[in-house]
Structure formats: structure tokens, C-alpha cells
Ligand binder design. Structure first.
Ligand SMILES: C[S@@+](CC[C@H](N)C(=O)[O-])C[C@H]1O[C@@H](n2cnc3c(N)ncnc32)[C@H](O)[C@@H]1O
Length: 284
């Protein structure tokens, strides 16, 4: 059947959003987060911000734009959280975890044979499925009491997703793609049986922190592997270029950078060589 429904015009909405309002929101989002909000995102931004206007009992977008003009206002953080897109899943783009297990970890085991220390960063970790998938791969390779010092730093701009990741509690449907043996070994049911909690042995490998990738980074030590998947897709080329060069600085020589399926370093940096599908190594 033909869908005859007409899109609702912006001016007929509950809270009209003017071009000026949309430009203001896009400009603040871009300056603070690097996230580009092109015209095609207008409907999505409308519904996410209208929800905030309702929650705050405001009258219109003008009032909302005035609030977020002040980055110290308590709403600013809510605004940032509401513009991020957090789609993720356990073992998303599974070939990365297969490559981690089959090639990267055996190589790093040799490189770090003396200090027995491996450091991974999940940058733009969303609700935690990515760092937990990394942790489960490390545990599979090394076991739970190997004597190796294994740590994953998991960071995201959105404070809500960082809290979800830190809590490590997931609805059953989030685990549906996971091997049942892994679920049995590393997850337990919550007291009311409605959800699953990640085991402490897995959680203790990961440190969750809020971090805006555009800000200064507080980490003093370098990483062996950086996962930054499906994050730069929201950034423009100059922002991507700067970020990839900063990742090169933050990696050990020969360290690995893993990006998302629709992302590429092509024409952006010459600090890495491509060694697999969206997998790169920092040139020495
Ligand atoms: C689509 S999710 C990707 C999650 C995971 N890496 C994956 O591939 O499944 C993108 C994440 O990047 C985060 N993000 C966007 N801009 C960021 C920034 N400037 N600094 C840190 N994180 C950012 C968002 O909050 C969101 O959680």
C-alpha cells in the first residue's frame, strides 16, 4: 500500500524549530564535540531536543538555545548526551576480535615477554559492549590468572553510556549474539532475573572514564592497541586528521589502530600502514 502520510512540517510541530535554532544547536555541537549535524539530521535533532524542552518545562527552542549557550549550565551535559548516537553491540564487526586473538595478541605476547603488560584503549566505547568484547578476548587468550598485567581504558563523551558500561548490566536481548558458553562463564543474572551482570574478573580489566576526544588527554602512558570504531564517521576531515595523528602519538611503535567498517585513514594520515580490513599499524 502507498504511504500517503506527509512529513510533518517543522512549523506544525509541538515546538517550532527555526533555521536559526538548528544552526545554533549544530554550531555548539560541532565546536564542543566535533560531531557534524547536517540538514539530514534535523528531524532527529528535533525529537531529541523536544524531549529535553518537555523535561525542563520550557516553552520553545529559543529558550533551550539560550541555556546551552552557557557550557557551565547543568543542561549542557544533558544536551551533549542527547546528541550522541550510541549504537553498539557485543563483538560488533567480529573480524576485529578474531584478528585480535589470532594475530595481534600472539605478536604482543612476544613484544611484551619481559614486562608482561598490555594496554588497550576503547575510544568512543558507548555502553561498554566493545571494551567487554575486548576483555573477553583477552581472557580467552591469557586466562583469568596468567600473571599478565592487562588493562583496557574505555572512554566516551556521553556520561550516561559511561555509567552503563561501568555498571556492566545488560538486558538479555543485548547478549543474544554472544556464544552461550561465554554468557554462562562471564555473566550472572541480576537478583530479579531480568538482566545479566558482567563478572568482576571481566570488569576489573576495564577502567571507564568520561573523555571528550577533542580535549586534552590525561593519559601519560602509551597503548598497544586503540579501538576507535564508528566514532570519526560523525566528524569532518580536519577533525579526523588531527585525531588520527594524536592516536599515532598515543600508540607504542608498531601499535595497532582499529577503526569502523565505513571509516578509513586514506588521505588523512601517513603515520599508519594498513594491515587488514580497517586494521592499521603505526609505522616505526
Ligand atoms: C556509534 S558509537 C560506537 C560505539 C563502539 N565504538 C562501536 O563501534 O560499537 C559512537 C560513540 O562515540 C562517542 N563520541 C562521539 N563524539 C565523541 C567525542 N568527541 N569524544 C568521545 N566520544 C565521542 C558517542 O558518544 C558514541 O557513544
Amino acid at each position: 500500500m502507498l504511504n500517503t502520510a506527509q512529513p510533518i512540517k517543522m512549523s506544525d510541530r509541538e515546538f517550532p524549530m527555526s533555521d536559526h535554532n538548528f544552526d545554533t544547536i549544530s554550531k555548539i555541537a560541532y565546536q564542543y564535540t566535533g560531531i557534524k549535524l547536517p540538514e539530514q539530521k534535523r528531524q532527529m535533532i528535533y525529537s531529541r531536543i523536544a524531549r529535553r524542552i518537555r523535561a525542563l518545562n520550557l516553552q520553545n527552542f529559543d529558550q533551550y538555545c539560550e541555556l546551552i549557550g552557557d557550557d557551565k549550565h547543568v543542561e549542557f551535559n544533558e544536551f551533549i548526551n542527547s546528541i550522541t548516537t550510541n549504537l553498539t553491540s557485543f563483538f560488533r564487526e567480529n573480524h576485529h576480535f578474531e584478528y585480535l586473538e589470532s594475530t595481534i595478541l600472539p605478536h604482543l605476547t612476544k613484544v611484551h615477554g619481559t614486562d608482561r603488560r598490555i594496554r588497550v584503549w576503547s575510544a568512543g566505547c558507548s555502553t561498554g559492549e566493545e571494551p567487554y568484547s575486548i576483555a573477553l578476548t583477552l581472557l580467552k587468550a591469557f586466562g583469568a590468572s596468567s600473571g599478565w598485567d592487562l588493562k583496557i581504558l574505555a572512554t566516551d563523551l556521553d556520561s550516561n553510556v559511561v555509567t552503563t558500561g561501568r555498571n556492566g548490566i545488560y538486558a538479555a536481548d543485548r547478549l543474544s549474539g554472544l556464544n552461550p558458553a561465554l554468557v554462562k562463564k562471564w555473566f550472572s543474572r541480576t537478583a530479579d532475573s531480568s538482566r545479566y551482570v558482567v563478572a568482576d574478573e571481566v570488569k576489573k580489566l576495564i577502567q571507564f572514564n568520561r573523555l571528550n576526544l577533542l580535549d586534552n588527554w590525561p593519559m601519560r602512558n602509551k597503548f598497544d592497541i586503540i579501538f576507535c570504531r564508528n566514532v570519526v564517521i560523525y566528524f569532518d576531515k580536519p577533525t579526523q586528521q588531527k585525531l588520527f595523528d594524536r592516536y599515532a602519538e598515543q600508540l607504542n611503535d608498531g601499535g595497532y589502530l582499529i577503526i569502523g567498517h565505513s571509516e578509513s585513514l586514506h588521505n588523512l594520515t601517513d603515520r599508519f600502514e594498513s594491515i587488514g580490513k580497517t586494521i592499521y599499524r603505526k609505522d616505526n
